[in-house]
Design a binder for this molecule. Structure first.
Ligand SMILES: Nc1ncnc2c1ncn2[C@@H]1O[C@H](COP(=O)(O)OP(=O)(O)OP(=O)(O)O)[C@@H](O)[C@H]1O
Length: 242
């Protein structure tokens, strides 16, 4: 079964067509790269899959169930979650408390009255590489590499097995990129499914099984990373070659 099936997805902002009759599949356990120039519509695709933006038309199916009209919390509840290009932690909360919010995503009641599972919080923090001493640090004090780890931790805390990663290497040092890449490889081995957007093609290459390229919301190419990058239209639009 496919984890995701996107069919004839269209998103218009007034006169601008940001997603243009886009169709693609993401198999369970697969890692798919989504590339395209600035403004191609990559983030808009993520936002529609998560229900943060409503598609103009078309359908999104997750594990055989159409989710096109579900709320974002309902989609997260089914097992799909995303990270953001610009990390969005609760800055005043500690690393541990941010993970706790991920564990209780859509219920204020659970946040206030629910049982706190410190062991689970510890496990998630450790699984993304936080040391025990980091857990009480406020998110506002974290450097970019740690903020990216926290994005992963919050996403994993939702219990999602299908993760949409938006520019997870942006703003990182080469050491931090290596650390995040290792984390993704570890999660792939554990059976997670990925759809990832990155402008850092060398960092992304070893992490994906296949790639798709879009321009102005339209699918240009779908295949192995090498074939997609060799595609003439992709080279013209993305790599700026005549
Ligand atoms: N809420 C919005 N209202 C109007 N236009 C929007 C909105 N969100 C995105 N757009 C437009 O839709 C197009 C696609 O934007 P999107 O952010 O999805 O591209 P992207 O491929 O993620 O770009 P980047 O690589 O720069 O992050 C752009 O022309 C953008 O200006």
């Amino acid at each position: 079964m496919n984890a995701l099936e996107i069919r004839n997805l269209v998103k218009r902002f007034g006169g601008l067509t940001a997603t243009n009759d886009l169709s693609f599949d993401l198999a369970q356990g697969e890692s798919l790269g989504l590339i395209g120039p600035n403004g191609a519509g990559k983030t808009t695709v993520f936002s529609q899959i998560m229900g943060e933006l409503k598609q103009t038309s078309g359908t999104i199916t997750f594990m055989g169930q159409e989710i096109s009209n579900l709320s974002t919390p309902d989609r997260i509840g089914l097992g799909i979650s995303r990270t953001y290009q610009v990390p969005r932690p609760f800055s005043d909360l500690s690393v541990r408390e941010n993970i706790r919010v991920g564990l209780m995503p859509d219920s204020l009641r659970a946040m206030i009255f629910g049982t706190i599972d410190r062991k689970r919080e510890d496990e998630i923090a450790a699984s993304v590489g936080f040391a025990a001493a980091d857990l009480d640090r406020p998110a506002s004090e974290l450097a970019m590499g740690d903020l990216r780890k926290l994005e992963f931790a919050r996403t994993l805390a939702t219990g999602a097995k299908v993760l949409l990663l938006d520019e997870v290497f942006a703003g990182l040092t080469s050491g931090e990129i290596g650390m995040i890449a290792e984390l993704i490889q570890d999660l792939r081995q554990r059976g997670f499914t990925f759809l990832m957007v990155s402008h850092d093609l060398p960092a992304m290459e070893p992490l994906i099984d296949r790639a798709i390229a879009i321009e102005r919301g339209t699918l240009l190419a779908n295949g192995s990373f090498r074939d997609v990058l060799a595609n003439a239209e992709v080279r013209a639009s993305y790599l700026g070659e005549a």
